[in-house]
Design a protein. Structure first.
Length: 130
């Protein structure tokens, strides 16, 4: 699966957010996914299959934010993969426009991402057989 990972600013592995970003990308690549990191994304979203919304489980993130990338993903037709309870996760669940997984559960995160990738591959194989 092609994964687009948007970040608001460039961050190296030495920075706090850079470490999380780097480790997440490294794990996805280890499982055979193609990961593209983008810091500024205006015209690139149409090239990808899924948009990640990955945050720490902090109440301020859950109910006190409105990340632009969420709406960028939706307006570009991407499925949203979100790992924290929030009004955004409620939108994803209610409208079936992606996957919401429980916070702090790496196994559930990985299983859901793999299941999504498998469903995508199955979907594509059906389309190309026709």
């Amino acid at each position: 699966m092609k994964v687009l990972y948007l970040h608001q600013h460039f961050s190296t592995p030495q920075g706090a957010t850079g470490t999380r970003t780097y480790e997440m990308a490294k794990r996805l690549i280890a499982h055979g996914h193609r990961v593209t990191m983008v810091c500024g994304w205006s015209d690139l979203l149409w090239r990808f299959d899924i948009g990640l919304m990955v945050f720490d489980n902090v109440p301020a993130f859950s109910w006190g934010t409105s990340p632009n990338k969420f709406f960028d993903y939706l307006s570009s037709g991407l499925s949203v993969f979100i790992n924290y309870p929030s009004w955004l996760a409620d939108i994803v669940i209610r409208n079936k426009c992606g996957v919401a997984v429980p916070p702090g559960n790496p196994a559930a995160f990985a299983e859901a991402l793999i299941k999504l990738a498998d469903q995508f591959v199955s979907f594509l194989s059906k389309i190309y057989k026709q």
